[in-house]
Design a binder for this molecule. Structure first.
Ligand SMILES: CC(C)(COP(=O)(O)OP(=O)(O)OC[C@H]1O[C@@H](n2cnc3c(N)ncnc32)[C@H](O)[C@@H]1OP(=O)(O)O)[C@@H](O)C(=O)NCCC(=O)NCCS
Length: 356
C-alpha cells in the first residue's frame, strides 16, 4: 500500500465582486443583517457565456497541476464535486476533461454529489485509489456556479445572500515518505432530514417524498398516474418552485454539533489531539459556525482559515479554495497537520487529516 498526498493545490474565483449592498438593490435585506448572521461581506459571481462550473474547475485544476509538477494530460482519474453542474447530465467531470484537453482514453471521470462535504468525499475516494496503486495522478475538483440558480427575489433571501461562485482543485499522488499525506478521512450521512437543505425541483421524484411525508402540495403534479411532464411541470415554473430551500436554524444547530464531532473522530483514529492541529480548514458555511467550532476546539485565530467574508459559501469549492489560499499565504508548511471538516445538505459530513 502507498500513502497518498496532495501534491498541488489551486483555486479560481470569478472576477465579479458582488457586495451585500448590491443585493439590497434586488431584495429586502441589509448589509448589517448579512454580516451579523453570516460574516459575509462580498461574494463572487461568474460571468454568463464566459465561465461555468466546469470551466472554473478547469482553471483551478491547471494551477493545481502546475504546482504538482504534472500536466493535465498526465491525470489518470478525475473526481468532480459540485451541486451546480453545467448539465443535469453528463456530469462536469467529462466537461472539464474536454476543457483541459485531456484526450487520452485511459482517464476516468467521476462526479460527486455530496454538496458541502463533496470535496472531502472526493479526496477520500482519491486516497483509496492512490493507496491501492490503481492511479498515480488523481485530479480532485470542487466547483460551484451558484449564482445561476438562486432566487434573487426577497422570497429567496435566506439562501441567496449566503452563496457564491468559485472552484478549487488538488492533485493527489502517491508518496513513499513515512507519516506524510492523507492520514485519515471520515465520511458520514443521514438522509432523515434530506429536505431541510435541498434543491427539489425540477427532478424525477414525481412528488413521492412529499406525498410520503404528508405534504399534499404534490409539487405541481396534476395526477401522479399521468405519464410525461414529470421532470418539470407548468406549476413549478409559474410558482418559481425551482430554487434551493433551507431551514437555516435547523442546519445551524446540526452543523455546530457535527463539525467538532467529526474532527475529534479523525483525531482519535489517527492517534492525535486537537493541540496537534496546525491549520483547520472548515467548510465555509457561515462564519458564525466556524467561530463556534474554533471556540469549542480552543484553537487560535491563526490556526483556522476563514474566507467566507470575501467569497461567501461556495459549497464543494470552499475547502479547496481555502486550502489553496492558506497554502499561498505560507500558512501551511511541510510537516504541518491540516484538518479539513465539512457539514452540509444530505445531511452529509466529513473530515480529513493531512500531514503536509
Ligand atoms: C441562514 C441563517 C443566516 C439565517 O439566520 P437565522 O437567524 O436563523 O434567521 P431565520 O431564518 O430564523 O430568520 C430570521 C428573520 O430574518 C429574516 N431573513 C432571512 N433572510 C434574510 C435576509 N437575507 N435579510 C434580512 N432578513 C432575512 C427572516 O425572514 C426572518 O424574519 P421574521 O422573523 O420576520 O420571520 C442561519 O440560519 C444560518 O446561517 N444557518 C446555517 C446555514 C448554512 O450554514 N447553510 C449552509 C450549510 S452548508
Amino acid at each position: 500500500m502507498f500513502q497518498s498526498k496532495i501534491a498541488g493545490i489551486g483555486h479560481y474565483v470569478p472576477s465579479k465582486v458582488v457586495s451585500n449592498e448590491a443585493l439590497t438593490r434586488v431584495m429586502d435585506t441589509t448589509d448589517e443583517w448579512i454580516q451579523e448572521r453570516t460574516g459575509i461581506q462580498n461574494r463572487r459571481y461568474g460571468t454568463k457565456h464566459e465561465e461555468t462550473t466546469a470551466t472554473m474547475g478547469a482553471a483551478a485544476a491547471r494551477i493545481a497541476c502546475e504546482r504538482a509538477g504534472t500536466s493535465p494530460e498526465e491525470i489518470d482519474f478525475i473526481i468532480f464535486a459540485t451541486l451546480s453542474p453545467d448539465y443535469y447530465f453528463p456530469g462536469c467531470g467529462v466537461l472539464m476533461q474536454r476543457e483541459l484537453g485531456i484526450t487520452h482514453k485511459e482517464v476516468g471521470a467521476l462526479d460527486i454529489r455530496n454538496q458541502c462535504s463533496g470535496f472531502i468525499y472526493a479526496l477520500s475516494i482519491a486516497d483509496q485509489f492512490v493507496k491501492t496503486g490503481m492511479y498515480k495522478n488523481v485530479l480532485v475538483v470542487g466547483s460551484e456556479m451558484h449564482s445561476m440558480g438562486l432566487d434573487f427575489s426577497t422570497r429567496g433571501r435566506n439562501v441567496t445572500v449566503i452563496f457564491g461562485d468559485g472552484a478549487g482543485a488538488a492533485v493527489v499522488q502517491p508518496t513513499n515518505e513515512p507519516n506524510k499525506g492523507i492520514l485519515t478521512t471520515k465520511l458520514h450521512a443521514d438522509g432523515t432530514y434530506a429536505e431541510k437543505l435541498a434543491f427539489i425541483n425540477p427532478g424525477c421524484h414525481g412528488g413521492y417524498h412529499a406525498a410520503k411525508s404528508g405534504d399534499t402540495t404534490n409539487f405541481g403534479y396534476p395526477d401522479p398516474s399521468v405519464f410525461g411532464e414529470m421532470f418539470i411541470t407548468p406549476r413549478m415554473i409559474q410558482e418559481g418552485m425551482y430554487y434551493p430551500n433551507m431551514d437555516g436554524q435547523f442546519v445551524f444547530k446540526l452543523a455546530v454539533q457535527k463539525f467538532p464531532e467529526v474532527i475529534h473522530e479523525a483525531l482519535l483514529s489517527a492517534g492525535l489531539q486537537v493541540s496537534d492541529i496546525d491549520m483547520l480548514i472548515p467548510h465555509q458555511a457561515n462564519l458564525r459556525i466556524s467561530q463556534f467550532v474554533q471556540k469549542q476546539l480552543k484553537l487560535r485565530d491563526d490556526q483556522v482559515w476563514n474566507n467566507i467574508q470575501r467569497f461567501g459559501n461556495t459549497t464543494a469549492a470552499s475547502i479547496p479554495i481555502a486550502l489553496s489560499e492558506a497554502w499561498e499565504a505560507g500558512k501551511i508548511q511541510a510537516g504541518n497537520l491540516v484538518c479539513l471538516a465539512a457539514f452540509g445538505s444530505g445531511f452529509t459530513w466529513a473530515s480529513a487529516l493531512i500531514r503536509w
